[in-house]
Design a binder for this molecule. Structure first.
Ligand code: IPE
Ligand code: IPE
Ligand code: MG
Length: 254
């Protein structure tokens, strides 16, 4: 049987894949463990998917690791998760460099404990010369937080006289988002059978193809990623146009 990977058309890869890594807690509970056990195993999936994207030649991978709303979880889960995140990022720097992967972070980083901010900063600097896959970790991120920040900064620049209200266009807005250096995601994957966006990249996902799978994040592996990419490649992205406009050789009667 031909492998899924071999079926992927590498000339039509999604330039940017964004993933809501969901289902760690349920995965652990189903196995009779506590939620942190699930997060711990979720790291294995992160490694596999990052490697998979780098091997294929995907340009950008955004992983939703911790939302602004996740701060409201029980304190031991929040603390455990923070430690795991920071520990993992620190440990992975060497592998990131070996694979030419550049780390980026989006989110309200000031909410993180100081030691975590420090570790993150070091990892960002240690990988900032890499030119392969851009790995964007959404940490303490929410889209509404990001939009409020953008609006505050726009308002401030208008007040200071460096921005003319009438000149504001979509490009201006894009430039004020924390994703200003990245193209919009073309494929958004959510694991664990939930069909919602949960405050993730609301502006940037405007034309993304959405892919939902019941697989819980700790079980998600390269093969699952390939399936999602193949599904993406089978879709027609019309951006408001008609199918005939996109395929001029096909007549209305076809
Ligand atoms: C995703 O798994 C990881 C984070 C949100 C940090 P969850 O912890 O949300 O797991 P479920 O959805 O409760 O199973
Ligand atoms: C979304 O998952 C956030 C992350 C994966 C980091 P949640 O598990 O927090 O989302 P809801 O609460 O089910 O919408
Ligand atoms: Mg969840």
């Amino acid at each position: 049987m031909e492998s899924l990977k071999a079926k992927i058309d590498t000339s039509r890869l999604p330039r940017h894949i964004a993933i809501i890594m969901d289902g760690n807690g349920r995965w652990a509970k189903e196995k009779g463990h506590d939620r942190l056990y699930g997060h711990f195993h979720g790291v294995e999936s992160v490694r596999d998917i990052v490697e998979g994207c780098a091997e294929l030649g995907v340009g950008y991978l955004t992983l939703y690791a911790f939302s602004t709303e996740n701060w409201d979880r029980p304190e031991d889960e929040v603390t455990g998760l923070m430690e795991l995140l920071v520990d993992t990022i620190k440990k992975e720097v060497e592998t990131l460099n070996k694979n030419n992967i550049r780390l980026h972070v989006i989110g309200d980083i000031n909410m993180l404990p100081p030691y975590a901010q420090q570790e993150l900063q070091e990892a960002l600097e240690a990988t900032n010369h890499n030119t392969g896959l851009n790995l964007i970790m959404a940490l303490s991120y929410s889209s509404r937080w990001e939009l409020v920040e953008a609006i505050k900064n726009i308002a401030n620049d208008v007040k200071m006289g460096s921005l003319e209200p009438l000149s504001i266009n979509q490009e201006t807005v894009q430039n004020y988002l924390s994703t200003s250096n990245f193209p919009d995601p073309e494929l958004m994957i959510r694991t664990s059978g939930e069909y919602r966006i949960s405050n993730f990249l609301l502006y940037q996902l405007a034309y993304a193809e959405l892919y939902f799978t019941n697989v819980r994040w700790p079980d998600f592996r390269k093969e699952n990623l390939y399936e999602a990419i193949l599904d993406f490649q089978a879709r027609e992205r019309r951006f408001g146009k008609t199918s005939e406009q996109l395929n001029p050789h096909i007549t209305e009667e076809d």
